[in-house]
Write a protein of this length. Structure first.
Length: 364
């Protein structure tokens, strides 16, 4: 430890170490405040907001101890040669994930400067700042996961499968479903070759883009989702991870995950999923399961604070006749395949599903 701490020099030339500490403390606080407000106002996440605030206060306290007092007198903004140096990348942000990344990097870099400088003044305090730097890394990681593309809460998602369309053009089935109020379509073709499947997805995307608020998700194939310009991809428990799917489909891609219990749902949330498929709710002839999760799982999902913050789609065996039971459990959206694709009037089925969800929820 040195014999004296850097001190402001009122009326004279500011101490350079004091200027360095002041600038980096402010820079770090700005980054942490940005992260805190994203957690608070965008994600409504009290834990992440509190963690950002705790780190910010810890940095302020540590720097005050290093400096031996206030640093505002050491500030010399007009004389700072760095204020005129900027990069084009600093003037633009591609979206909220980029905001979190920039703020997190700003915080971590400033903490590193404070830590290294602190080693020349008080190694113990420098060690505290090092600990805060590691906490900021984890804060940035957790926030980055949360702000990646989150899906809207769709009401009716149609799982479009050619074999279930009773010999009709799947695009005609889709258009009828969209006329009936479907707001999402998942192209779900397990056996179609890549070339024809890519062409089908492109046709679906073209139809969806002509409507307002309709999204296109591709089952299992993030590569084709990206090539076709779809909004995202859906993966199962045995498929690619959320991170792997998004790496292929694109950083802004919606990635949904099939879940059958709370452990799987919580892991999907932690991994950065955009929404969860919840099921199976009821027996299904399309994709039979030995065990049903049922409406009780949906209730548990919605009672879990972390899971409930993520959009969901109940799935399996859902019809206008039983959708009301799910709505009574709190369901806000369903994913349906054969009940829509195989119907004589897909649009009427979609309207019935939406009405059943709305009517049941209104009565609760």
């Amino acid at each position: 430890m040195t014999d004296s701490k850097p001190m402001p020099n009122p009326g004279g030339t500011p101490d350079p170490i004091a200027r360095l500490l002041d600038a980096n403390a402010n820079r770090c606080a700005e980054g942490l405040r940005t992260l805190e407000d994203v957690a608070r106002f965008v994600l409504d996440d009290a834990d992440l907001s509190a963690e950002a605030k705790s780190i910010r206060h810890g940095v302020r306290g540590g720097v005050r101890q290093l400096a031996g007092g206030g640093l505002s007198d050491a500030r010399d903004t007009p004389g700072d040669v760095g204020t005129a140096i900027t990069e084009h990348a600093e003037r633009t942000r591609s979206g909220l994930p980029a905001v979190v990344e920039a703020a997190g990097n700003r915080c971590a870099e400033s903490l590193r400067v404070l830590e290294e400088t602190g080693k020349t003044i008080d190694p113990a305090l420098a060690a505290d700042l090092e600990s805060l730097r590691y906490r900021s890394y984890e804060l940035q990681r957790r926030l980055g996961v949360r702000v990646r593309a989150v899906a809207p809460q769709w009401r009716v998602c149609v799982l479009l499968t050619t074999d279930l369309c009773a010999g009709r053009d799947p695009i005609g089935v889709l258009e009828s479903a969209l006329d009936g109020g479907a707001d999402c379509v998942q192209v779900r073709e397990k056996s179609m070759d890549s070339g024809p499947l890519l062409e089908l997805i492109r046709r679906v995307v073209q139809v969806a883009r002509a409507r307002t608020g309709v999204h296109v998700i591709v089952n299992d194939r993030p590569d084709l989702a990206r090539l076709a310009g779809a909004d995202g991809v859906h993966v199962g428990q045995g498929d690619l991870s959320v991170a792997e799917a998004r790496r292929i489909a694109g950083a802004g891609a919606i990635v949904g995950v099939s879940t059958a219990n709370l452990d799987q749902a919580r892991r999907a949330v932690s991994d950065g999923a955009s929404y969860c498929g919840c099921g199976p709710m009821f027996p299904s002839g399309t994709k039979p399961k030995d065990t049903l999760a049922g409406p009780d799982y949906l209730r548990a999902y919605l009672d879990d604070e972390a899971c409930a913050a993520l959009p969901h789609l109940a799935i399996s065996g859902i019809t206008p006749e039983n959708a009301g039971e799910l709505a009574m459990a709190g369901c806000r959206g369903v994913a349906v395949s054969s009940a829509v694709c195989g119907a004589d009037d897909p649009g009427a089925v979609c309207r019935g599903l939406a009405e059943a969800l709305g009517a049941a929820r209104a009565s609760v």
